[in-house]
Design a protein around this ligand. Sequence first.
Ligand SMILES: *[C@@H]1O[C@H](CO)[C@@H](O)[C@H](O)[C@H]1NC(C)=O
Ligand SMILES: *[C@@H]1O[C@H](CO)[C@@H](O)[C@H](O)[C@H]1NC(C)=O
Ligand SMILES: *[C@@H]1O[C@H](CO)[C@@H](O)[C@H](O)[C@H]1NC(C)=O
Ligand SMILES: *[C@@H]1O[C@H](CO)[C@@H](O)[C@H](O)[C@H]1NC(C)=O
Ligand SMILES: *[C@@H]1O[C@H](CO)[C@@H](O)[C@H](O)[C@H]1NC(C)=O
Length: 175
Amino acid sequence: MRFALLPLGVSFLITQVLADGASILTAMTTITNATLALNTTLNSFPSNPELAIGDIAPLLVDSVNLLDDINNGVTVATQSANLTLPETIEVAQATLNLSTAVSTTLSNLMRTKANFDKLKVITPVVLVNLKLENAASERFGAAVVAKVPPAFQAQALSLLAPIEASFNTTIAYYS
Ligand SMILES: *[C@@H]1O[C@H](CO)[C@@H](O)[C@H](O)[C@H]1NC(C)=O
Ligand SMILES: *[C@@H]1O[C@H](CO)[C@@H](O)[C@H](O)[C@H]1NC(C)=O
Ligand SMILES: *[C@@H]1O[C@H](CO)[C@@H](O)[C@H](O)[C@H]1NC(C)=O
Ligand SMILES: *[C@@H]1O[C@H](CO)[C@@H](O)[C@H](O)[C@H]1NC(C)=O
Ligand SMILES: *[C@@H]1O[C@H](CO)[C@@H](O)[C@H](O)[C@H]1NC(C)=O
């Protein structure tokens, strides 16, 4: 009996650890950091006239990491308890930070497209990744907004709108 109760207790503890505003904040910072890593990689993307297939490897690694982090964020936010008011304020601040990171990185991605065009395979790969990241971001946003107190949900959605708009512009640019 005691042994049978142990796993239940452990999984309850893990759920508690995963499931609060602080974990949503950590998830958002992780996503922001992954976005900035992608930006750094874009900034060091080779500008030589000939590209090798290997030149896109760091970009793909960063994109996959970012997608992974966003998907983890969806799990964390889905499992989270409702946010308190102080947590909501912190999450709003983290959303603004994320939004800046996303919009400047996606602008950078549009600027770098001219470099990518030297190797035809890159642009379609970037487009696929953008669509996946956009869809994951929307799921993450929806999962977080659901945990915001109802009175602040409209504002939370308006903080997310620029992220969605940046994705829309960049996806259109790559399509
Ligand atoms: C994000 O990056 C900052 C600055 O490099 C670092 O201090 C912080 O620990 C990172 N946070 C996460 C959750 O990775
Ligand atoms: C937002 O970014 C600022 C400046 O990098 C940082 O000091 C602050 O801790 C961040 N806030 C959150 C909630 O991530
Ligand atoms: C991303 O890189 C671009 C180009 O160097 C830079 O202008 C922008 O500020 C960077 N974004 C962030 C959030 O650091
Ligand atoms: C969380 O808030 C929603 C309203 O946004 C409410 O329907 C739900 O019952 C709350 N959940 C808990 C566990 O308090
Ligand atoms: C982004 O595009 C989608 C699909 O076309 C659209 O439903 C959504 O309203 C757009 N969002 C913004 C903020 O432009």
